[in-house]
Design a protein around this ligand. Structure first.
Ligand SMILES: Nc1nc2c(ncn2[C@@H]2O[C@H](COP(=O)(O)OP(=O)(O)OP(=O)(O)O)[C@@H](O)[C@H]2O)c(=O)[nH]1
Ligand SMILES: [Mg+2]
Length: 402
């Protein structure tokens, strides 16, 4: 059996399977690299544990801490992009949303990338968990000319929204008060995914008869997107899980496109509409100096993106790139023509004969001559191979990866 790893910050330690201390919980969730751990360190006291989630190598940090004068257990989860997990880290974070009975979940986002982060907020709202949205990294957003109307955003979403710069402590007092005074509202944002998807969700959700810790709407979406944990849940809880699986697979066959793609695209449309109504960005400060693109370049790269994303144009372009870019250019031209010229003509006929003649004239010792300019000499063979054989291919492959 794998023993859980244990690291502690501060005084001492506990085991990974910490018995609940009866405190209400605050769970930090969000994409990787958005400042969850900075907030965790701010809220938790010095006695915290970092341990593996049981049966995985994924680390979870837990610690107690006072928020607006009241003691809570704070939990820092690994980064997740979506409620539909792909990585082990996301699977663990999904379990915390599914199973943890928290006072509040804090969804931490990078404010300058609101459009990319809000789909997860919508998923958490749909899951019906108590939620506060934290727009962190406001300093970087402001630097890029991003302005967000937090009050309007809170109204649109139906949840509290607080903007912070967690590294500088900005907004943290307001966040503490928001956590302490958190009360669920009845005006949550309900996304609309269009008639087809909505009816698929409705059909699946109404087939679920048991009670779950997250909403049936979310569970139905996860089932329609073939999430294994969701299927596991219905197997444990429903009397007729096979009937539900059949409903889901019947719905799937009605669609030509995978449902997760359709749901993701429609979710993003909902997000775009909200973001357009609450966020403004000064055009000239969109990107830090050095990364700026002209409008013309921007629209050209959008056109190219569109061509590459569509299978009908993207696949032929992929084959053209593989044939001309890889086979013809790297294989035939670089590895053939260029290497032949450098190795055979330039080094073989001109540079090496001159190096050998001069070296032998200055160093009259056969052993040293052999070592440097002999058949396998450092100057004749090693340098020839490095420059004539490896360098052209290396240069070309690194320019491809750039
Ligand atoms: N400029 C700025 N940087 C921040 C802010 N909050 C966090 N950071 C920085 O962002 C980086 C990531 O912060 P973390 O707290 O480790 O992010 P995380 O969400 O825990 O990341 P994962 O554990 O990978 O999911 C660190 O370098 C922080 O110093 C902020 O408000 N402003
Ligand atoms: Mg972290």
């Amino acid at each position: 059996m794998k023993l859980p790893s244990l690291k502690t910050r501060g005084k001492c330690c506990q085991t990974s399977e910490t018995p609940s201390n009866g405190l209400e919980k605050i769970v930090l969730v969000g994409n990787p690299n958005v400042g969850k751990s900075v907030l965790f360190n701010h809220f938790s006291n010095s006695y915290t544990i970092v341990s593996n989630y049981p049966g995985t190598t994924v680390e979870i940090s837990k610690g107690d801490g006072k928020v607006a004068g009241k003691e809570y257990e704070i939990i820092d989860t690994p980064g997740m992009y979506s409620m539909l997990p792909i990585t082990e880290e996301e699977r663990v974070s999904q379990k915390y949303v599914f199973d943890e009975d928290a006072h509040v979940y804090i969804h931490v986002v990078d404010a300058k990338n609101l459009r990319r982060m809000l789909p997860l907020t919508i998923q958490l709202i749909e899951a019906d968990v108590p939620l506060i949205l934290v727009l962190n990294m406001m300093d970087e957003a402001e630097e890029r000319g991003v302005e967000i109307d937090t009050q309007r955003l809170a109204k649109r979403l139906g949840i509290p929204v607080v903007s912070t710069v967690s590294t500088a402590g900005r907004g943290l007092k307001e966040l503490e008060e928001t956590i302490a005074n958190y009360k669920p509202t009845l005006n949550y944002f309900v996304p609309n995914y269009g008639e087809e998807i909505e009816s698929a969700i409705e059909k699946t959700a109404s087939a679920l008869k048991s009670e779950y810790s997250i909403s049936k709407r979310t569970l139905a979406q996860l089932l329609l997107q073939k999430d294994l944990v969701a299927f596991e849940k219905i197997k444990q809880k429903e009397e007729e899980p096979a009937r539900i699986s059949k409903i889901v697979s019947d719905i799937e066959t009605e669609y030509s496109e995978p449902l997760n793609l359709k749901i993701a695209v429609n979710k993003q449309d909902n997000v775009n509409e909200i973001v357009d109504s609450v966020m403004t960005q000064q055009e000239d400060r969109k990107k830090p100096a050095g990364e700026k693109q002209s409008k013309k370049e921007n629209s050209l790269s959008k056109q190219i993106d569109k061509l590459l994303i569509r299978p009908i144009t993207g696949i032929p372009i992929l084959f053209l790139i593989l044939y001309f870019g890889l086979y013809k250019f790297v294989g035939v031209f670089a590895a053939g023509t260029v290497v032949d010229y450098l190795e055979g003509t330039l080094f073989g006929e001109q540079i090496n004969p001159w190096v050998i003649a001069n070296f032998n004239a200055f160093v009259p010792y056969p052993v040293i001559q052999d070592l440097f300019v002999g058949e396998y000499g450092i100057l004749t063979q090693a340098i020839t191979y490095a420059i004539a054989l490896i360098m052209p291919l290396w240069e070309i492959s690194s320019s491809y990866s750039r």
